[in-house]
Design a protein around this ligand. Structure first.
Ligand code: UD1
Length: 417
């Protein structure tokens, strides 16, 4: 088990090139499976979810070359294999291999996907869409076998804009026979990244008045794609500045993807300067404390659920009371107990947390129970007096590339133990 030690009380100062986005690269690694040739990716973050996904691609028969942040995937020949439960059980995104493998080989043997324990996280929307395209499946306990002849384009409508289901259906439709239309799709920037990458590979995907229109093609081509900056990592650093003070400049980040987040930070009193062309954000903390606010999480462009815990940490030291309503996942408040251990005054009623604000946090021993909850504890630790020790830091490494190193370079006293 890994620990992160954070000594609070030092403002963050300096520049940071934001890592490539976890939630963009994972579906794009599945997309690489669709092409019987070479896909070259740059700015791939060095995080454990990426390493695990590359292992899954290798198990299916792809050749993978990784050098720093550059990854080359060669997916020639016949791909097959049964994915091991211990690996797919770690990541929700492992199920994105279903759409890609059905499109490419018409078959996949896998298991129910894992990921952070933040709610029931069913895959009914994925399965219903794939079935409408002609796929069949059998579920036996956790084991899922899927097969299809050639997937057929059809008209699909999602009852909720699920990010994963949208991605799975885009992957399935890229090589399907005929045209697929998808209404009610998610609109997260990571969906746009997947579409841009797929179109660069030779797919034919366009949007018309909110409907995605995918015209199946019979083959794709070699391509190169740069993974955009991670808006959740950027939001984490900005919330850290909000909670412990300072001034930072972020590079390799598209401000548009953080619209709702920047609005919330401005409400908290932070000064922000954005450059849409250079892809930079400069931020100066509010003085002396962030202001309280009401936040409601929701599908993009609403406030991202992945920053809910992290903003709760920041708002624990705000001057006034705040309220955060979580509408995306039903049990995403496990961090509350840990934040309380550091002295935060938080009360949860139903889907809403009331954060009293005005708390002086005190360092202590806390446990990272999922990826973003772990990052929230690091943010709280930066604002706390004394030393905070975060156990199970391996959860944080699923999505953050060297978070301790990043914070240290910005002047914080943080170490990986
Ligand atoms: C993705 C992100 C995750 C983020 C989430 C919401 C990745 C790898 N993960 O997760 O970081 O928190 O989007 O922005 O990109 N749902 C169903 N049935 C389904 C699918 C989803 O009911 O078949 C529900 C979920 O239980 C949840 C809601 O829809 O309540 C949103 O889930 P979804 O958008 O699918 O999130 P993920 O793709 O799992």
């Amino acid at each position: 088990m890994a620990y992160i030690q954070v000594e609070g009380g030092n403002p963050l100062k300096g520049s940071l090139v934001v890592q490539g986005a976890k939630n963009a690269v994972l579906p794009i690694l599945s997309a690489a499976l669709l092409h019987k040739g070479t896909t070259e990716l740059s700015e791939v973050p060095d995080i454990s979810d990426v390493r695990d996904t590359l292992e899954l691609l290798k198990l299916l028969g792809c050749r993978v070359e990784k050098q720093g942040h550059r990854v080359v995937i060669r997916a020639e020949g016949h791909l097959s294999g049964s994915l091991p439960q211990r690996m797919v059980g770690r990541m929700r995104s492992s199920f994105l291999l279903a759409g890609a493998m059905l499109g490419r080989e018409g078959r996949l043997e896998t298991f129910y996907p894992g990921g952070c324990t933040i709610g029931a996280r069913p895959i009914d929307l994925h399965l219903a869409g794939l079935r409408s395209m002609g796929a069949e499946y059998v579920i036996d306990r956790d084991r899922i076998s899927l097969w299809a002849k050639r997937l057929q384009g059809t008209d699909l409508k999602l009852s909720y804009p699920s990010v994963g289901a949208t991605e799975n259906l885009l992957l399935a439709a890229a090589l399907a026979e005929g045209v697929t239309t998808l209404k009610g799709a998610a609109r997260e920037p990571e969906i746009q990244a997947l579409i841009t990458c797929l179109n660069g590979m030779g797919a034919d995907i366009r949007e018309d008045k909110g409907t995605l229109i995918i015209t199946g093609v019979s083959r794709l081509q070699d391509s190169a794609y740069e993974i955009p900056g991670d808006r959740i990592v950027a939001g984490t650093i900005l919330a850290a500045v909000g909670s412990c003070g300072g001034e930072v400049r972020l590079e390799h980040i598209e401000p548009e993807g953080l619209r709702g987040v920047l609005e919330a930070l401005r409400q908290a009193g932070m000064e922000l300067w954005t450059d849409e062309v250079k892809h930079t954000i400069r931020a100066r903390a509010a003085s002396p404390l962030p202001r309280g606010m009401k936040l409601v999480t929701g599908p993009f462009p609403e406030f991202p659920t992945d920053l809910q815990a992290i903003f709760m940490a920041m708002l624990s030291v705000a001057g006034e009371e705040s309220k955060i309503q979580e509408t995306v996942f039903e049990s995403r408040f496990r961090h509350v107990k840990q934040l309380r251990r550091l002295g935060a005054e938080i009360e949860v009623v139903g889907d809403t947390a009331r954060i009293a604000g005005g708390s002086t946090l005190q360092g202590g021993l806390v446990e990272a129970q999922d990826l973003r909850a772990g990052a929230a504890l690091a943010v709280a630790g930066l604002a706390a007096e004394g030393i905070t020790l975060i156990s199970h830091a391996e959860y944080i490494a699923r999505g953050y590339e060297d978070l301790p190193g990043v914070l240290q370079r910005l002047g914080a006293h943080v170490a990986l133990l």
